[in-house]
Design a protein. Structure first.
Length: 124
């Protein structure tokens, strides 16, 4: 018989593993050319001087700093990566059924909105 704490631990572990699998699937999509670039993201990247290669690097090597599992139509996340030693934020979503990554936007974070680590939002 499994006690409450063991059941809770396995539930927690399965939740973590599903998040890890989503991250791995998103990175697999980026590495294997299954990225869709939303018009908005391309416009903002052009305005901000951010290349597709920079975004790919942030998604592949960066970390998730905010998770948006309830976003529609697909769960998304805010990634932070260092590209040429400068922080870059990328918001991307993953469609598990098509196995594509959708790049939503990318920007260089600033100290007005983020703490010195560029991961923590400042309190308003």
């Amino acid at each position: 018989m499994i006690d409450y704490f063991t059941a809770a631990f396995f539930y927690f572990l399965s939740d973590i593993m599903s998040d890890i699998m989503d991250l791995a699937a998103l990175r697999d999509a980026v590495v294997n050319g299954r990225a869709e670039w939303l018009k908005h993201s391309l416009e903002r990247m052009l305005e901000r001087g951010i290349s597709r290669a920079d975004v790919k690097e942030a998604l592949i090597k960066g970390e998730i700093i905010e998770d948006y599992p309830d976003d529609k139509p697909y769960p998304s996340a805010l990634f932070m990566g260092l590209v040429e030693n400068k922080p870059l934020h990328v918001v991307a979503a993953h469609d598990a059924s098509s196995r594509f990554c959708m790049v939503i936007t990318a920007y260089h974070p600033d100290l007005e909105h983020f703490e010195k680590d560029f991961k923590t939002r400042r309190k308003r």
